[in-house]
Design a binder for this molecule. Sequence first.
Ligand code: AZC
Length: 841
Amino acid sequence: VEASIPEPQREAWKRFQAKPFETKDDFEKEVVRHVETTLARSMFNCDETAAYAAASLAFRDRLITEWNKTQQRQTFADTKRVYYLSLEFLMGRALDNAMLNVGLKDVAKDGLGDLGFRIEDIIEQEHDAALGNGGLGRLAACFLDSLASLSYPAWGYGLRYRYGIFKQEIVDGYQVEVPDYWLDFNPWEFPRHDIAVDIQFYGNIRKYQDDTGKTVVVWEGGEIVKATAYDVPIPGFDTPATNNLRLWSSKAASGEFDFQKFNNGDYESSVADQQRAETISAVLYPNDSLDRGKELRLKQQYFWVAASLYDIVRRFKKTKRAWGEFPDQVAIQLNDTHPTLAVVELQRILIDLEGLEWDEAWNIVTKTFGYTNHTVLPEALEKWSVPLFQNLLPRHLSIIYDINQTFLQSVERKNPGDRDLLQRVSIIEESQPKMVRMAYLAIVGSHKVNGVAELHSDLIKTTIFKDFVNIFGPDKFTNVTNGITPRRWLHQANPRLSALIASKLGGLAFLKDLTLLNDLEKFADDKDFKKDWAEIKHANKVRLAKHIKTTTGVTVNPSALFDIQVKRIHEYKRQQMNIFGVIHRYLTIKAMGAEERKKLAPRVSIFGGKAAPGYWMAKTIVHLVNSVGAVVNNDKDVGDLLKVIFLEDYNVSKAEIIVPASDISEHISTAGTEASGTSNMKFVLNGGLIIGTCDGANIEITREIGAENIFLFGNLSEDVEDLRHAHTYGNRDMDADLAKVFEAIKGNMFGDANSFSALVGAVENHGDYYLVSDDFHSYITTQDMVDEAYRDQDEWVSKTIISVARMGFFTSDRCINEYAESIWNIEPLVPETEGQSGLER
Ligand code: AZC
């Protein structure tokens, strides 16, 4: 309040307030100004990088003006806000998205044209913001887009990694990781040097009684690291509402370096302290669905959670409300267990710093938090060793023990004498060493727990969290099926398809209400429409074919069937089954006569995705795909009939080229292992069909679009356990086709068989945990059905149109509205000028 401009001077201020550009001329003026002043360049020295920078800064200025207004509106309205805590935000590029969401891409295109640039080239200059691994991080990014587009008062909180997910290079068929240093120029962030929080680690706890006899606990000593905020504006689509993503960066607390040490001549170690502090936010852990239990990771988690909560609590305290009202003002969503320490930190703030009683504080805490689970894979469920915790966060460990004790006492009261149950649900696992089970802590500390697709939400209730359903009752557990933002994944990635749809539906309103796509179904047999539709798909395939040519040197035929599997490489996602299927196809082609070959549908099998650097099996899969490609693509006998491509460095901006170009995409995880999947939704929304297992959101996609429009195969999740049991204890015959594939690999057809023996061995000798042998036959016969269906192009195109028309459910807007209503209890705060960009309803 002290910093505000005095009332009499505000008129002058308002006259000169920043006004966002609206016209082409004003945009050009801004670009030239930024080139000549901000960037200190000139018209004789303005390359595409400079033009990108200046155009971005022009849009950033526009966003930040609306950002300010949005924050003011929220402060005045004083309504409840939601805070989305996620260690990953896989944002991709910002410029194209900002231009489209603000509705000024055409203006920018013409303006850049006047200045001598093509907008496509300018967009290409941007480095992806790749602060995430895969689905979980991209979901967070889609959610931010929906929260802003629906004008919800919402903040994202994350870490500002200096190195995002590594860049993948393929060298001699092997994955090589290269660091992704992305911050040398980032026009989208605002450093907030005024917003800094001291974060404590290590040290000791001391208890004493105050004058009133109350026990006071203090956490003393240890080390302090400073968190500073960097804000990234998140524009909504067709609304001026612009939300904030706040990312924390770590620095040494005591200024540049320790002057004591410096004066003593110990220059090196004073710099080392500085570097140690900066290490906390230096790098994103590159594991997808795998917990490694590294101390630095726990440090990251506490650093980020403590800074975010300090910020949230500070904002709440400004309203001067009673603590009891905290859950009416604040909802916090835990994106997986990574931010679970927030539960403990809020309890600590309330009891140690604010002096509340335990029960009162705990009641506030549990009303505030919601927890989203994204996986049932045991190797992904976080556990931290008690000794590590004790050392790094002694006060938090003691609070966790208290939380656990209170919880177990209540369980014991309702289930007297059931010691087994107590052991099973205890937040502390009685192992050697003892471990803190973060998922259990998250459940106990939240009022709602949700899975991300129906099957997954059912599975968590009946398997990993079963006891907790009995303890808390079924209402605490719920489902919110994932969604994707149609702004990025249709309008931005596939502008021609978006425009064609708009031409039939009378405008772009479907981007704000995706169920409007339903009206497309009328055109599923319209000859002209189908022709335009097919032509756009072909153009998208031509674009991808060009990308393949420039990046791999391989020529592919854009009229072939494009079969795509792009996602993180993981055994449970079964890229190995896909490549075994490709080998089977290759062997089949080789065994055919010339006449038979003529009848075959040409296919391009496209793979892409990163393997975690320490995940050897996944890296072996990458190697096999590349080795098969090297043989097949150079086999004159095969020609166009089969090409095998591995696309290097799959990321968000590459997905925007790949997804619109698919005919069929693969979502073939072992049933019950893929919590939802979200690229399945992206591919269908872009007019591609899918081949998939009855897993994750595939099941709901089938329900929406109709079983006749999807190629489902494989065993069901309820049978997985029995099949695994049979592998271990039964005699089984290897599928004959799969056996031939293994023979080919073992016969060194794709290079030294030893390189791939672990992959083959996992199926043949080590229990085939992911049921590749059980599903292989049904997989390849279903692939034959895909070929068959693709031959009837007319019917195929109709299927894709009908499927798109029925995808309305999978917008992340629907998803966010469900969270808002059933978990967060928040309302949108709609600006007066929302919806004025003329989308036409
Ligand atoms: C992923 C799930 O594997 C994927 O199925 C889901 O679509 C996505 O989350 C979004 O909910 N999980 C992860 O990326 N990571 C972890 C730790 O589960």
